[in-house]
Write a protein that binds this ligand. Structure first.
Ligand code: PGA
Length: 248
């Protein structure tokens, strides 16, 4: 069985001091969690976050990683730098990176390979925009994102996919649980066709986009949904804990 994974995506929120306070608030609330619990935080929070989560069930993630080992890449952070701090997961190809920072399927592919070869676990984001959805292009877009994003990758044991319909991110609009389940089912079938039944069966695919305490139960009850990537609701300890503890 696939172990559910609930990951917070803090985006560009929380200073280091605020991060420490939020984690301290979170720790007791999630300590009995059944799913895997991850917080993906800004680079500047990683150091203090790594210390704060030590000895807890909260795992640490970053929000991006460079595709090169080292060198002249001003502003980038390497996988080795993350690894040394104690980072385990890394979000790659979030729609905000694709939209505002020119991230492409090709750069997602390079970053994913770099993460994997350094022992980091990528959470690779895919999802269609509202326009693509309205033009009935969802499957086509997802297929391209998956095939190009994972080109040349064969071992999926450390990979998580986050399906995040762009129109549902930060908008309060959630895909219905059925819709999300169906689309994630499509992604799984695509993986099956390309990489085989075993890979598809074991690969964890999260839903992301306005997931919150009031809708997480319904979403998590779906057969194909193995977790959530949580933005806004991850910034409040009680809300994030309520999602993590959705089974209680
Ligand atoms: P949201 O963000 O939960 O605020 O919609 C999710 C995400 O962008 O990962």
């Amino acid at each position: 069985m696939r172990k559910p994974i609930i990951a917070g995506n803090w985006k560009m929120n929380k200073t280091a001091a605020e991060a420490e306070a939020l984690i301290n608030e979170l720790k007791p609330l999630v300590k009995k969690a059944k799913p895997e619990v991850v917080i993906c935080v800004p680079y500047t929070d990683l150091w203090i976050a790594a210390k704060s989560v030590l000895g807890t069930n909260i795992k640490l993630g970053a929000e991006n990683v460079a595709w090169a080992d080292s060198g002249a890449f001003t502003g980038e952070i390497s996988a080795a730098m993350l690894k040394e701090i104690g980072v385990e997961y890394v979000i790659i190809g979030h729609s905000e990176r694709r939209q505002y920072f020119g991230e492409t399927n090709e750069s997602v592919n390079k970053r994913t390979k770099q993460a994997l070869s350094n022992g980091l676990k990528p959470i690779v984001c895919v999802g269609e925009t509202l326009e693509e959805r309205e033009k009935n292009k969802t499957k086509k877009v997802l297929k391209k994102q998956v095939l190009e994003g994972f080109d040349g990758i064969t071992d999926f044991s450390n990979i998580v996919i986050a399906y995040e319909p762009v129109w549902a991110i930060g908008t309060g609009k959630t895909a219905t649980a059925e819709d999300a389940n169906k689309t994630i089912g499509y992604i799984r079938s695509l993986i099956k066709k390309t990489y085989g039944a075993e890979v598809a069966k074991n690969l964890r695919i999260q839903y992301g986009g306005s997931m919150k305490p009031s809708n997480c139960k319904e979403l998590m009850a779906m057969r194909n949904i193995d977790g959530g990537l949580i933005g806004g609701a991850a910034l409040k300890a009680e809300d994030f804990a309520a999602i993590v503890n959705y089974k209680d």
